[in-house]
Design a protein around this ligand. Structure first.
Ligand SMILES: NC(=O)c1ccc[n+]([C@@H]2O[C@H](COP(=O)([O-])OP(=O)(O)OC[C@H]3O[C@@H](n4cnc5c(N)ncnc54)[C@H](OP(=O)(O)O)[C@@H]3O)[C@@H](O)[C@H]2O)c1
Length: 331
């Protein structure tokens, strides 16, 4: 295949600090994997900001191009599973961790990381969903498959204005559940209502509660994107036989809890790791997201930027100041 120059966001470590810039790169610098993809769209995730700013445990070697999400068109394939011109989605696995990611105009990946773009979903829409939407949908899948005491379970979403949180609000409202959105951003009430939230509350009402091992059960289910003290408080406020799907560690990796919600209320704590979700479930969920699980207000969930503007966005997501999803155009 002929070598080619393309552009990518590259994170550098000069020994004392990390910086990010747009650079010319060469296809010959990409790993020699089965499938080469011209990326049309990507999206910004919390993990990307961690990689771009040198957070330990994500990316080992710099210079590096982050981006755990990519949607584009196959330009070369050694795999019989894909051919030139196929529209595809790649999220998770090692993409954007230690394999150059979707913030470059080309990626080279193993065939078994790739999901064919489902019918009824455009490349652009797939990245309005991205890893955060997939994560929310895996949480929704766990909740929808749970046996509740009630026919009308009500659901709490924490970190509701974030990328995972806002998609969770939109999807579970779309699935006709009564959704309470908990947020620290009091000025985003209209946004969350537009996504379908039945109720919007300040996150302090969930988190800053008494220390009792069990509190009044308020919600049948929750998707917690925050972790730490927030998750501990949520677990104590879930109704009998409820479920908490947790994915995030915005407030840290520690969870201090007690056994009573589990043995006196039968609570299920369900972890989500979208990165290693098996291909069978991953494909099934992407196909649902293209059909009956596609939120009607999908276009309200994201704001589009050019990848040239990406370096300004990393600190914002690290500071918890993003609202909804950042869709990245690499065309
Ligand atoms: N396990 C997985 O597969 C998986 C996949 C994707 C993401 N994640 C993780 O899920 C988490 C959320 O990701 P995201 O992409 O949605 O990030 P995000 O867009 O930055 O959203 C995080 C939200 O958390 C809330 N928050 C921020 N600081 C807080 C604080 N001090 N106390 C309480 N809440 C706070 C904010 O929402 P409000 O202002 O509305 O409260 C913020 O918008 C991250 O930890 C990410 O790494 C995990």
């Amino acid at each position: 295949m002929v070598d080619k120059i393309y552009q990518a966001v590259v994170a550098y470590n000069d020994g004392s600090k990390f910086s990010q810039t747009i650079k010319d790169c060469s296809l010959s610098d990409l790993p020699d994997n089965d499938v080469l993809i011209r990326v049309h769209y990507s999206s910004l995730n919390y993990k990307d900001a961690l990689s771009a700013t040198g957070h330990k445990g994500i990316t080992k070697q710099y210079p590096f191009t982050p981006g755990i999400d990519a949607a584009g068109v196959v330009v070369y394939s050694r795999s019989t599973a894909f051919k030139e011109g196929d529209e595809v989605i790649v999220t998770s696995y090692d993409l954007g961790m230690n394999t150059p990611g979707g913030f470059g105009q080309y990626i080279s990946v193993p065939a078994d990381w790739i999901v064919p773009l489902p019918k009824n979903l455009s490349l652009k829409e797939s990245m309005m969903i991205g890893t955060s939407g997939l994560t929310a949908a895996i949480g929704a899948y766990k909740i929808m498959n749970h046996s509740f005491n009630s026919d009308n379970p009500n659901v709490l979403i924490t970190g509701a204005t974030g990328a995972v949180g806002s998609f969770s609000v939109a999807l579970l409202s779309h699935l006709d559940l009564h959704v309470t959105a908990a947020t620290g951003k009091n000025d985003q009430l209209d946004f969350l209502k537009t996504l379908g939230a039945s109720e919007v509350i300040n996150r302090d009402k969930v988190q800053n509660v008494e220390e009792h091992p069990l509190l009044t059960g308020k919600w049948s289910a929750a998707i917690d994107t925050v972790g730490g003290e927030m998750l501990a408080a949520v677990i104590r406020q879930i109704k009998h036989n409820g479920i908490v799907a947790c994915c995030g560690n915005v407030l840290g990796n520690q969870l201090q809890t007690n056994i009573l919600p589990f043995i006196l209320r039968g609570i299920t704590l369900a972890g989500i790791d979208s990165g290693i979700t098996l291909m069978e479930l991953r494909t099934k969920i992407w196909n649902r997201l293209a059909e009956d699980w596609k939120p009607v207000n999908l276009h309200k969930l994201s704001r589009e930027i050019s990848f040239f503007d990406l370096p300004d966005e990393f600190q914002k997501i690290l500071d918890g100041k993003q609202v909804g999803k950042v869709l990245i155009n690499l065309l």
